[in-house]
Design a protein around this ligand. Structure first.
Ligand SMILES: Cc1cc2nc3c(=O)[nH]c(=O)nc-3n(C[C@H](O)[C@H](O)[C@H](O)COP(=O)(O)OP(=O)(O)OC[C@H]3O[C@@H](n4cnc5c(N)ncnc54)[C@H](O)[C@@H]3O)c2cc1C
Length: 461
């Protein structure tokens, strides 16, 4: 999470932009015994604009959605209600058996899927690549495009993603979506203040450049850390490391531990994982702002093709998917001039340098798509662009991707790294750790790992 403020004190959050599963946030603040941020339900729905001119503004909530499609077309309604039901079943199963636990083994997951009846109800979905699942359940071309695009939330080519990611549809369409009053950055700010009250010490603009385990494994102060702030170097020793730095980057850049380095690099060497796709973000000062719903997605001719081109071929797409977020629709305290626009972009394996001229041209192309497809003039200025290079430098994300390392081949039962290793007293949480990326998903990994730490260190001598 990051926030940029202009000379007129207008602030843009750089992404994330919307929060699903808000109960995770409430839960964390309850545990901390602190007031959570005010989470405003996003009720203005999501507008989808397709290449053939079809323009749907989906209302929020299952009942409204079903009514919406019923009024449009009965076949669409039938397909939609069936797929949403399956999606909700899979999500409920994952909430109980996957998201809050360490990554299950294939055997234990299979047993749970059999005993819960999920496998018998939806055998094809659980063992079929995602594109095939969507194609088998939906006949409408635009609805297919919309469902394919859920694969972008895990950064996996939909042809190679697990059918089970259909549960994302439930999260996006059938559960609460909120916007924190004042902007998404409020979550980070509130967490920061809560942590300060618990005497947590923060080092800003300071990078961990090396972490080395003490030779006597389980001794107190078992990790020696080297920190860099500008050109100043300092050293410190700690009992435990809990890292939300991407584990693949950690292994490459700052972890002095051969076992962990080999562990992470082996996935990349065998090509079973690859860095996920990135995004190009425009923080737009919308001078002639007019009414828009909270979020709008403009689909290319083939979302699937454009996405594959970006995430597997590292190309800037000819025809990108464009996403607009206008927080004023939900939170009137945010200026109507604040508009966030993002578009598909390859990660830094593309070797694009993203210089100013290149960014200006891509911004203009994206704004042009918005003007044509939404029939609005979008007069204003690009306050700032955020490129895959900035994402890699600022957040130390893996090659500037937004979802860490993701599957590059179809693996029906694979999960992210557990966050636990055989090396003592080092733990990982965050986007690269099971159950994956997204603000509230990373809270799930943090919560799970904290339980491991409490279990190990209660009564530890
Ligand atoms: C453009 C964009 C849009 C998004 N939209 C959404 C959305 O709408 N909803 C949603 O839920 N999610 C969204 N996400 C995903 C979400 O932001 C991430 O999944 C989440 O922030 C990951 O949290 P994290 O703690 O793992 O990593 P981060 O938030 O990236 O935090 C990692 C931190 O560790 C620091 N760090 C790394 N290495 C070191 C080091 N060696 N020394 C010191 N510090 C280090 C980094 O500087 C960074 O501050 C979006 C992401 C992007 C980029």
């Amino acid at each position: 999470m990051f926030r940029y403020t202009n000379s007129e004190s207008l602030s843009w959050d750089t992404g994330p932009t919307l929060i699903s599963l808000p109960q995770e946030i409430t839960k964390i603040f309850q545990l901390l015994q602190k007031e959570p941020p005010q989470l405003i339900p996003v009720t203005s729905g999501c507008r989808l604009v397709f290449s053939d001119g079809t323009d749907w503004t989906l209302p929020a909530g299952e009942k409204n959605l079903l009514q919406y499609f019923k009024e449009k077309d009965y076949q669409l309604f039938e397909n939609f209600s069936q797929i949403l039901k399956i999606s909700s079943n899979i999500f409920d199963f994952a909430e109980k058996n996957i998201f809050h636990t360490d990554p299950p083994s294939t055997m234990s997951l299979g047993m749970k899927s059999l005993s819960s009846g999920l496998f018998f109800r939806h055998p094809k979905v659980t063992l079929t690549p995602y594109t095939k699942v969507v194609d088998s359940l939906i006949s409408n071309k635009n609805l297919r495009e919309f469902f394919y695009h859920f694969a972008s939330y895990v950064g996996v080519n939909p042809d190679k993603a697990q059918g089970g990611i259909l549960s994302i549809a439930h999260v996006e369409l059938n559960s609460d979506i909120v916007f924190p009053a004042g902007g998404v950055y409020t979550i980070a700010d509130k967490l920061y203040k809560a942590a300060c009250e618990y005497n947590v010490k923060f080092y800003f603009n300071t990078e961990v450049v090396e972490a080395k385990a003490h030779p006597h494994e389980d001794s107190p102060r078992s990790w020696n850390i080297c920190l860099k702030n500008n050109n100043e170097t300092s050293f410190a020793s700690y009992d435990i490391i809990v890292s939300n730095s991407d584990p693949f980057v950690a292994a490459e850049k700052w972890l002095s531990n051969t076992q962990l380095k080999n562990y992470f690099s082996s996935y990349l060497k065998t090509n079973s994982l690859r860095p996920s796709e990135s995004q190009f973000v425009i923080l737009f000062d919308w001078k002639d702002a007019s009414s828009l719903v909270h979020h709008v997605k403009i689909f290319p001719k083939s979302w699937r093709q454009s996405f594959i081109d970006v995430c597997e071929n590292f190309n800037l797409p000819e025809d990108p998917c464009v996403y607009l977020v206008w927080p004023h629709a939900t939170d009137k305290s945010i200026s109507p001039r604040i508009l966030y626009i993002s578009a598909m972009a390859p990660n830094n394996l593309s070797e694009i340098s993203w210089n100013q001229d290149f960014c200006d041209k891509y911004s203009e192309k994206i704004l042009d798509i918005c003007r044509k497809k939404l029939n609005l003039s979008f007069k204003g200025t690009v306050f700032k662009t955020i490129t895959p290079i900035e994402l890699e430098n600022r957040t130390r994300s893996f090659k500037g991707g937004i979802y860490s390392a993701t599957s590059s081949e179809y693996q029906p039962m694979s999960f992210h790294f557990s966050g636990l290793t055989k090396v003592p007293n080092i733990y990982f949480v965050g986007a690269g750790v099971h159950p994956g990326a997204g603000v509230t998903m990373v809270m799930k990994s943090a919560h799970r790992i904290s339980k491991h730490i409490i279990q190990k260190f209660t009564n530890w001598k």
